[in-house]
Design a protein around this ligand. Structure first.
Ligand code: PLP
Length: 286
């Protein structure tokens, strides 16, 4: 099947989708993005993703490329045209096309918008979650505003590559005090031996994961103990369970950290329960 991308107002064959070499996304990584899961043809937590997009754009003073209503239509159109039933829709907004100067372009430069959709085999992610994944820690060398979901992802790319070369699925990043911030492409969680679920609080040092936000709703509705605070590598190693969250990974158990097993080295009951409940609770809009 031929894939279709949306590029600045047009639906084009994916292989022919192009942006200018003067696009500030290409020149400066001057842009933001969102990844929204598609589950049984519906967008998951779309409203929250769109809220975060609005915030990221505002933080960088990039204009919104489309109204909320038009964005809804484009996202669905791209999902449909690519016949994605399960997978994700990716959108990227950059400050637009302008001669290469660091300062913002003068005058009215329209932001660029690209949207693509990707099918994922749910059985594959289920089998990864069934086994659990390995994580390795490394220093967090990112800038100090990673709460903004920018396309500037070089430290995340390097971290994921290093993790892969070490046989791990994800990197957990350590701040200058040796505390875990988050994963290179996911939020980080542990469940301590007393059953309390711990994840770092929201500030400028982590991304406000949408999966994280929805999972907190689930945890609260179940009446489970939750602490939003920093945790260390040592604490993670002595935890009963650990997991990561993200729109594409959902809730995925972490069973090995820096080559050492977490808990009994298998996905734990709290993690499994949270994963199982996720799609029942997350908002799904067709
Ligand atoms: N943290 C980082 C650095 C990420 O890149 C991502 C997802 O891409 C997340 C956390 C999880 O965010 P979400 O749950 O919105 O996908």
């Amino acid at each position: 099947m031929s894939r279709v991308a949306y590029v600045n107002g047009r639906y084009v064959p994916h292989d022919h989708a192009r942006v200018s070499i003067d696009d500030r996304g290409y020149q400066f990584a001057d842009g933001v993005y969102e990844v929204c899961e598609v589950f049984h043809g519906a967008l998951v937590d779309e409203a929250r993703h769109m809220e975060r997009l609005t915030r990221s754009l505002a933080e960088l003073r990039i204009a919104s490329p489309l109204s909320a209503g038009a964005m809804r239509i484009v996202l669905r159109e791209v999902v449909e045209r690519n016949k994605v039933s399960n997978g994700y829709v990716y959108l990227q907004v950059t400050r637009g096309v302008a001669p290469r100067e660091h300062t913002f372009p003068q005058g009215q430069v329209a932001p660029s918008l690209v949207v693509t959709a990707h099918a994922v085999d749910p059985a594959k992610s289920a089998s990864v979650a069934e086994k659990g994944v390995a994580v390795v820690t490394m220093p967090d060398i990112r800038w100090r505003r990673v709460d903004i979901k920018t396309i500037s992802l070089l430290p995340n790319v390097l971290a994921r590559q290093e993790a892969k070369e070490k046989g791990a699925y994800e990197a957990w990043l350590l701040d200058s005090d040796g505390m875990i911030t988050e994963g290179a492409a996911s939020n980080a969680w542990i469940v301590d031996r007393s059953g309390t679920i711990v994840t770092r609080f929201l500030d400028h040092s982590i991304l406000r994961g949408i999966t994280r936000t929805t999972l907190i709703d689930i945890i609260r509705s179940l009446g489970l103990a939750l602490e939003e605070r920093k945790f260390s590598r040592a604490e993670a190693l002595s935890a009963g369970e650990a997991f990561i969250t993200g729109a594409t990974t959902l809730v995925t158990p972490v069973v090995v950290l820096d080559d050492q097993p977490i808990g009994d080295g298998r996905p734990g009951p709290v993690t499994r329960k949270l994963r199982a409940l996720y799609h029942d609770v997350a908002a799904r809009t067709k």
